[in-house]
Design a protein around this ligand. Structure first.
Ligand code: ISJ
Length: 182
């Protein structure tokens, strides 16, 4: 019997609450979906620099331990509530290649790059319920007044000219308020 390693990501958001699962499984642009469920949407960049990727990102990105990558982290805010913490990883060399537009993004959504280029391919989502020991948990909670017990996250690999960009989206508790009235 195959036993998943504790750091495994899973092909389905098993056990995710139904209202969070609705967001986790949406394959089109998350930016567009959030814009459709709020009056005011904005991207708040909080980090963009060379940094170590998370240990559970090394294999999927074919990175060696200790080799730094370009990490971009943003909060997606709807009506000023932080609803998603997004963490993207790309190899520095690819910033001069397929992902050269990433350096100039600023507070534009990465989604505007990813969903307007038909040459970009996306792998199926992987899902994980992040617990406090996961490095992205603390970073995602930095702007939360109340720290939850866990957070649901998904990730997928975008590829352009065979150059990968790993995008992880951590869904924050306030996202539940966006569809509460539906
Ligand atoms: C991939 C998308 O872009 C969103 C915006 C991001 C950013 O600006 O860094 C990162 C991930 C996404 O939450 C999307 O809109 O679906």
């Amino acid at each position: 019997m195959k036993v998943n390693a504790p750091s495994a990501w899973h092909p389905a958001p098993v056990c995710a609450p139904v209202d969070i699962r609705w967001w986790l499984r949406h394959r089109d642009s998350l930016t567009r979906l959030l814009q459709a469920h709020s009056e005011h949407f904005r991207v708040e960049p909080v980090f963009q620099a060379l940094a170590a990727a998370c240990i559970d990102e090394l294999a999927i990105m074919n990175l060696r331990w200790g080799v730094r990558a370009l990490v971009r982290e943003v909060y997606l805010r709807c009506d000023d509530m932080p609803v998603v913490f997004a963490h993207s990883v790309v190899k520095p060399a690819h910033l001069q290649g397929a992902w050269r537009g990433l350096s100039r993004l600023g507070n534009q959504s990465l989604g505007t790059m990813l969903f307007t280029n038909p040459l970009i391919r996306r792998t199926p989502f992987e899902y994980k319920q992040l617990k406090p020991h996961h490095p992205l948990f603390a970073r995602a909670c930095e702007q939360l007044s109340d720290r939850p017990m866990s957070l649901w996250a998904r990730r997928s690999l975008f590829t352009l000219q065979d150059q990968p960009l790993l995008v992880t989206e951590v869904f924050l508790p306030a996202i539940r308020q966006l569809r509460a009235a539906e």
